[in-house]
Design a binder for this molecule. Structure first.
Ligand SMILES: Cc1cc2nc3c(=O)[nH]c(=O)nc-3n(C[C@H](O)[C@H](O)[C@H](O)COP(=O)(O)OP(=O)(O)OC[C@H]3O[C@@H](n4cnc5c(N)ncnc54)[C@H](O)[C@@H]3O)c2cc1C
Length: 385
């Protein structure tokens, strides 16, 4: 029987990054994903400082840049009609998910992880003590296969089947949610990342690969359901014009490429991310409203924290419950300020002064995250093998 140290369900930012780090540390890792290799997913893709730091430390930032991802040395917040320019201490990048996820997958494979696409996990396997011992999966040729591992990681996103099977305790449940429409434009004059706020609406521009700009608009869920859902194009332009007319004018001068995407909104959660034989990482364990554009950044952070914990447990450096308890504590401590601020932004009850204050809270939290990540020892372990 082929038995892996770790089987990971989901091969995007959380799963591929966790696999990369574990494989670099010498563990036998299998990753399965039901999606097609290189496919896109429903997500804009602005990376924040800690994510860029992670990619740099893992030796992957050059690949992101080589893929033609433009770097931004400033961010402009439009609070009503007032633009506030912030120079960033580190260039920021917003690679399309077809670019970023593929770079992580390729790097994980180069490091020795086995990655299989088109494989749909249907359920979990358990040993005679009731501990999770792997997954039951359906292969692309429709055959069923049992895949055994010491630890099963759910990196399978918002609708995680692994989480549904292990039924983790929900330690925080969000109460607010915003809805988004976004798409890609050519020919928009760029000015860094641009985030636009006016009570009741948000919008923004995110320069990305192939000379395109991701244009998005966000509204409370009831407005999306009543007005935008059936007219994505008209709704997007209306919300842009209401939020920041100067940005709307620049978008109107550009050309849309491809169809618009819609996200109707769902409240966030923090779930207990481990138990006997299983762990959760990325959205599967911790999801928050996309309004603060932090999910990828947090997934790359938590991939590091989880890989570090699993490495300690697999090598016997720490008992499993100690290592994974540590993962949970650090994840929750770092996540709480951003989760709370995101709840407030997604609730749309703010004034312009209040939303500005929330952004400062998030900026402070990112600073702390950067400090914690710099102190982790995993990359040194990883590069030594
Ligand atoms: C509209 C929107 C905009 C966003 N914008 C940003 C942004 O600008 N910046 C940012 O940082 N974050 C953003 N996010 C959040 C970000 O998309 C998520 O936090 C991130 O994708 C989480 O990554 P993940 O690897 O945990 O899960 P996912 O990216 O969801 O990947 C999960 C993978 O698991 C696979 N899978 C699921 N079930 C199974 C199964 N049963 N068997 C096999 N495979 C399975 C799926 O095929 C998928 O490939 C946005 C989200 C949304 C919805």
């Amino acid at each position: 029987m082929d038995r892996y140290d770790v089987v990971i369900v989901g091969a995007r930012v959380a799963g591929a990054a966790t696999a990369l780090l574990l494989a670099r540390a010498g563990h036998r890792v299998l990753v399965v994903d039901r999606a097609r290799r290189g496919s896109d997913t429903l997500s804009t893709h602005a990376l924040m400082r800690p994510a860029v730091l992670q990619l740099e430390r893992w030796g992957l930032l050059d690949e992101v840049i080589a893929a033609g991802t433009p770097g931004q040395d400033h961010v402009v917040f439009h609070y009503g009609d007032t633009p506030v320019r912030i120079d960033t201490s580190k260039r920021l990048y917003a690679p399309r998910r077809t670019v970023l996820d593929a770079i992580l997958v390729d790097a994980a494979e180069r490091s020795g992880a086995n990655i299989r696409f088109g494989v749909d996990v249907r359920g979990l396997l358990h040993d005679r003590h009731g501990q999770v011992s792997g997954v039951r999966a359906r292969n692309p040729d429709r055959t069923m296969e049992d895949l055994y591992a010491g630890v099963t990681v759910g990196a399978d996103g918002r609708r995680s089947r692994v989480a549904a099977a292990v039924e983790p305790t929900v330690t925080r449940r969000g109460a607010t949610a915003s809805a988004f429409v976004y798409g890609y434009w050519a020919g928009i004059e760029g000015d860094g990342y641009e985030w636009c706020y006016r009570p009741g609406r948000t919008a923004g521009l995110i320069p990305t690969n192939a000379g395109r700009t991701c244009v998005f608009a966000g509204v409370p869920r009831p407005r999306f359901a009543a007005e935008l859902r059936h007219d994505l194009e008209g709704g997007l332009h209306r919300v842009l014009a209401e939020t920041t007319p100067s940005v709307a004018a620049r978008v109107a001068a550009g050309r849309r490429c491809g169809r618009l995407m819609a996200y109707p909104g769902t409240p966030g959660w923090l779930r207990r991310p481990w138990g006997p034989g299983w762990a959760l990482v990325g959205d599967a364990g911790y999801f928050k409203d996309p309004t603060t554009a932090h999910g990828i950044t947090d997934a790359l952070r938590d991939a590091q924290l989880l890989a570090d914990a699993l490495h300690s447990a697999l090598t016997g450096e720490l008992a499993g419950h100690e290592a994974l308890g540590h993962y949970e504590r650090i994840r929750d401590e770092l996540s709480t300020p951003v989760f709370d601020a995101t709840e407030a932004v997604a609730g749309f009850g703010w004034s312009l002064e209040e939303v500005q204050q929330l952004h400062l809270t998030i900026s402070d939290a990112m600073q702390r995250e950067g400090d914690v990540l710099s102190g982790l020892h995993m990359p040194e372990v990883a590069f030594a093998v």
